[in-house]
Design a protein around this ligand. Sequence first.
Ligand SMILES: Nc1ncnc2c1ncn2[C@@H]1O[C@H](COP(=O)(O)OP(=O)(O)OP(=O)(O)O)[C@@H](O)[C@H]1O
Ligand code: SF4
Ligand SMILES: [Mg+2]
Length: 324
Amino acid sequence: MTATPLVETRGLGKVFDLPRDGFGPRPRLRAVDDVSLSIAPGEVLGLVGESGSGKSTIGRLVLRLIEPSSGSVAFDGRDITRMPASQLRPLRRSMQMVFQDPYASLNPRRNVGDAIAEVLALHGIGAAAERRERVAALLTQVGLSAEDAARRPREFSGGQRQRIAIARALAVGPRFLVADEPVSALDVSVQAGILALMRELQDGLGLAMLFISHDLGVVEVMADRVMVLYLGRVMEVAPTRAIYTTPRHPYSAGLLAAAPLLAGRERPAVQLRDEIPSPADPPSGCVFRTRCPFALPRCAEETPPLRPVGEGRQMACLRDDLVF
Ligand SMILES: Nc1ncnc2c1ncn2[C@@H]1O[C@H](COP(=O)(O)OP(=O)(O)OP(=O)(O)O)[C@@H](O)[C@H]1O
Ligand code: SF4
Ligand SMILES: [Mg+2]
């Protein structure tokens, strides 16, 4: 990457303490382990992995909605890892989030115009009249109409509600957006429209984005680069086209083989074995080894480091001889 990153993490880790089950030491869960990522201004980094791989936790860590257990987070060249809330406040405007379920984040008793205007007021943007104008412009920008400002959330479809959530996230003019499974709750027929809108807005506004999804087909539409996560660790990072045509890590290849939306292409024939192990008790060595069809005895001993494998690509597998 040549451009100075807008968002950068180094060795990011998050450990959760779990409730004690009987006697003995308190169990701990390493949800995110040694994750270093960077996102350039205007770039979309896709974050994929199965449920429980730590995607949402990374999203919350980079926005500093939760505190890391280790490592650092920088935004626009400033280390925000231990920045006090007072200094973080003005930066919050530049970093916004869109969630999977827009209904949960919209107050059912308020009209959507007020819900959007509220965010503007919170950040001290514009007088009341200007805010109303801005709300109308935002609603139009996301494919709704100015009149929709007077309606309540329940009067909209799921897709329309996600458009409202996007309008609200963009209201304060962010430079960076974390989108956590933004279309996963929507009908497949509605997803394409929301993705097209997000891509158009992202491109037009030059937004940097961390785009989180368990769905490889969705990530392919949105992301410039893709990071594949497994049990909190990075398995592979590569430009989107590269990872979909020539995955290098067995887990990436296995995910692609299992992706229904990508049917019709020649499949790498990698079948993932067994179930995901408990994140509270991950395998030694390579965390993926219990499901890897190519595991060798040394995979139980050595933790594969993330290493460069060609132009802008990195992966964490001990083997060099695998081609998919
Ligand atoms: N507050 C918490 N306390 C304890 N464990 C947690 C907490 N938040 C997340 N976890 C655990 O951390 C791991 C990663 O969770 P996370 O929500 O980041 O995964 P995810 O990749 O977003 O999954 P999904 O696709 O289901 O949304 C999971 O094992 C989860 O149970
Ligand atoms: S290090 Fe071993 S177990 Fe891990 S992905 Fe590579 S071959 Fe499979
Ligand atoms: Mg999640």
